[in-house]
Design a protein around this ligand. Structure first.
Ligand code: SF4
Ligand code: SF4
Length: 247
């Protein structure tokens, strides 16, 4: 009697297990497929934006990138994947400027940690999700990221030229004012206490000129005033020291 009962019990559990299996199969049967048919669906398939496949310099529509060759990404890369080669160029303003020469990236050693991208101070980098990077030799994984031809430094606008000229003039005038103040002070020290009063106007003239040239630029005005104050303080200090020496 017991064996018949066991028989029906195991039959019931077998049927329940079969129904459960059929339920899973039925559910998967109606679930949309997630398998990709690469490369057949290459033209239509969209990879997730955040997928990191290869590092790239961001170029704008005019073919300019924002890399200033500071080397921060190179220093932050834990694998030595990045090599920044820079050079100095002349600018139309007559100054020297550090510029990117070669941005070398070795995809074969990159671990896609993104440290280079987040540490870049100018947001010049990003990861592309272009995953088709297979090549036959490792050397082909070494890429030059600044691949577009280098553009010449932009010419100065009339406004920038005028600003530069005004700055230059203000600097010269400030230097002259400082030199005149020092000269007046030395001459006063050499001739006695009555002469400085006669020589002082020279320094005042130069200071007035410098301030007039810097008019409209509060930063320059402040600088000139600070230089004049320093010269006056120095003068007072020396005169006080001289008086102390005479007593
Ligand atoms: S990509 Fe960014 S961090 Fe790297 S050198 Fe250029 S500006 Fe500096
Ligand atoms: S993602 Fe990481 S490993 Fe790759 S270049 Fe940037 S810092 Fe180096």
């Amino acid at each position: 009697m017991g064996s018949v009962k066991d028989y029906f019990k195991s039959l019931g559990s077998g049927v329940a297990s079969l129904l459960k299996g059929m339920q899973v199969t039925g559910k998967e049967f109606v679930t949309p497929k997630i398998t990709e048919f690469y490369p057949e669906d290459r033209d239509t398939y969209k990879w997730p934006e955040r997928f990191r496949a290869v590092l790239e310099l961001i170029y704008d529509q005019d073919g300019n990138h924002k890399c200033i060759a500071c080397g921060t990404c190179e220093r932050n890369c834990p694998n030595g994947t990045i090599t920044i080669q820079s050079k100095m160029v002349d600018t139309p303003a007559g100054t020297k400027k550090k510029k990117l020469d070669n941005y070398i990236y070795d995809l074969g050693t990159c671990t896609f940690c993104n440290l280079c991208v987040i540490s870049c101070p100018t947001d010049a980098l990003r990861f592309s999700n272009d995953f088709e990077q297979s090549v036959f030799t490792r050397s082909k994984l070494v890429k030059k990221l600044n691949y577009l031809p280098e553009k010449p430094e932009p010419e100065l606008t009339e406004e920038q030229k005028a600003k530069l000229a005004a700055e230059k003039e203000a600097k010269i005038a400030a230097a002259k004012a400082k030199a005149a103040a020092l000269k007046a002070e030395r001459e006063a020290a050499a001739a006695g206490n009555d002469k400085p009063a006669q020589e002082a106007p020279k320094a005042d003239d130069a200071a007035a000129k410098a301030l007039a040239a810097a008019k409209g630029d509060p930063e320059k005005e402040a600088k000139i005033k600070a230089a004049l104050e320093r010269a006056a303080a120095l003068k007072a200090q020396r005169e006080a020291a001289k008086k102390d020496g005479n007593q």
